[in-house]
Design a protein around this ligand. Structure first.
Ligand SMILES: Cc1cc2nc3c(=O)[nH]c(=O)nc-3n(C[C@H](O)[C@H](O)[C@H](O)COP(=O)(O)O)c2cc1C
Ligand SMILES: [Mn+2]
Length: 477
């Protein structure tokens, strides 16, 4: 297989697997977005767009890249033959075995093939799709990596935050409160200093996957990407900022975030987000980057990973559920057989399902309580469901069947108020939106057979899969 540590090698690998479709002449205004959404819904191939309608050639966009396990597996060192809960389990084990792979410092690299100097910077030269019809502007950064260095700790961070074009040399970078890039910005701002920043808009697949993952603050995402791809990420020093930039990236912007006051921050949004809704236009929340240098490869390829209405997603499965699975076990919940989410971004999201093999009275409620409060389950959570391990938790129909038939409502339902919420929570009443953060309530649903009289619970009236397979192959229906 091709070397997939940069976007071009990865594209070659996708082509070898017949997982790539090339398109020419598509309109940047909504057509790229609609094709990306349909492609994701169909779990179709990755889409590589070239020569946009009415736009000079030479700049390309790729989207619908990580939609299937078959394509994402090779990018994170997981067998492309795994899918569903088996993939998630392999991912959990890989995550637990993490060892940093230090970056390889290099001089030069393909990223330096072309440059725009400060007075030449013109972001409108890049074809930027309007990803969703009500987006407030062109989002240059969706599948991007925002590189910063924390002024206090010196730690390098790369995170995916949405990036909207504000002017020919300005973009807004929507780092939400608490995110690592935001913490660095706040510290620089407190000191009255600009924060140096670089943004990669197309890069090796592992670098993107690491950037969008909720990793602990002490993890360097470049080193994590090295672990995923099995080789160090080559980085060169950016001339303007001194920050490490991937030497084999496609496009990199360099510049700074001035220590802008909230009231000076521009309008940003609306934008179609991962719960499946547009978030409103916001003012006074989003730092602005002044772009001072642009580097790009010949015929550069921007990675588009717009959030989409579920069940379509930029990811194949709820990878964040693996982290919650690990956290449940670390908290001492025995016999957790799987964790899943149906409305997910990087976190398992507002509909999380846990499968356990029940061992004692109260076991299922304990799993619910921990899941609602653990780091990976709290942010953006809402409904938490626990089911027995005969339920296929990746199948919504099976989960609904379990809730509908096994939940003893009076004992099995609880509401917990005032838990950490995501800024993307659509059902938050306007008066509860506070600049100091949001909270929302959790519904805990125990859909396990009630433990105390489990032996008397009616038996399921279905044959086993193995028996049906055997009889089916005998009679060939
Ligand atoms: C396409 C995409 C867009 C995202 N947009 C944002 C965003 O605008 N703001 C944000 O805070 N997080 C956003 N995220 C989630 C962050 O990437 C994620 O929380 C990541 O862990 C942040 O890195 P950090 O933990 O180093 O701060 C986005 C993720 C993806 C994949
Ligand atoms: Mn981080």
């Amino acid at each position: 297989m091709a070397d997939i540590t940069d976007m071009r090698g990865y594209i070659e690998a996708l082509e070898e697997m017949s997982e790539l479709r090339r398109l020419e002449g598509v309109d940047l205004n909504l057509e790229v977005g609609a094709l990306t959404e349909r492609g994701a819904e169909k779990e179709g191939p990755a889409l590589l767009f070239n020569k946009f309608n009415g736009f000079p050639g030479g700049f390309r966009v790729i989207s619908n890249v990580f939609r299937t396990c078959k394509r994402t597996g090779p990018a994170m060192g997981i067998s492309p033959d795994l899918s569903g809960i088996d993939y998630l389990y392999a991912w959990r084990k890989k995550l637990a075995a993490y060892k940093p792979v230090p970056v390889q410092q290099v001089e030069g690299g393909p990223i330096f093939e072309n440059q725009m100097a400060e007075h030449e910077v013109d972001l409108y030269k890049f074809p930027t799709p309007k990803w969703h019809d009500l987006d407030g502007g062109p989002y240059l950064g969706t599948g991007c990596g925002v590189i910063t260095k924390d002024p206090d700790t010196g730690k390098i961070n790369i995170g995916t935050y949405r990036v909207m074009v504000q002017d020919k040399n300005k973009v807004s970078v929507k780092m939400n409160m608490g995110k690592h890039g935001r913490l660095a910005f706040e510290r620089a701002r407190d000191a009255g200093k600009p924060l140096p920043i670089a943004i990669t808009l197309g890069q090796g697949p592992a670098v993107f996957l690491a950037a969008q993952m909720p990793l602990p603050p002490d993890v360097n995402e470049f080193e994590f990407a090295g672990y995923l791809q099995g080789s160090p990420v080559p980085v060169a020093r950016g001339a303007v900022t001194g920050l490490p930039i991937p030497a084999n990236a496609e496009i990199v912007l360099e510049g700074e975030l001035p220590p802008m006051k909230d009231e000076e921050m521009p309008k940003e949004g609306p934008f179609g987000e991962w719960p499946g809704y547009f978030t409103e236009e916001n003012v006074g929340e989003t730092p602005v980057m002044v772009v001072k240098r642009v580097y790009y490869r010949n015929d550069p390829i921007m990675l588009g990973a717009p959030p989409l209405k579920p069940p379509a997603s930029y990811l194949p499965i709820p990878l964040g559920a693996a982290t919650l699975w690990e956290q449940l076990e670390k908290a001492g919940i025995p016999e957790v057989k799987g964790v899943w989410g149906f409305v997910y971004g990087g976190q398992p999201g507002p509909f999380t399902v846990i499968a356990i093999k029940q061992r004692y009275a109260g076991h299922s409620k304990q799993a619910l309580l921990v899941a609602a409060g653990a780091r990976a389950g709290a942010y953006g959570g809402k409904f938490v469901v626990v089911v027995d391990d005969d339920i296929d938790i990746a199948n919504p129909a099976d989960v609904i069947w379990a809730i509908a038939t096994r939940c003893h409502v009076r004992e099995g339902l609880d509401v917990v108020k005032g838990v950490w919420a995501s800024v993307c929570e659509p059902a938050l009443p306007p008066e509860e939106r506070s600049p100091r953060g949001y909270t929302s309530d959790r519904v805990l649903i125990d859909a396990c057979r009630p433990y105390k009289w489990m032996d008397q619970f009616p038996a399921v009236n279905a044959f086993t899969k193995e028996f049906k397979d055997k009889i089916e192959s005998k009679w060939k229906i």
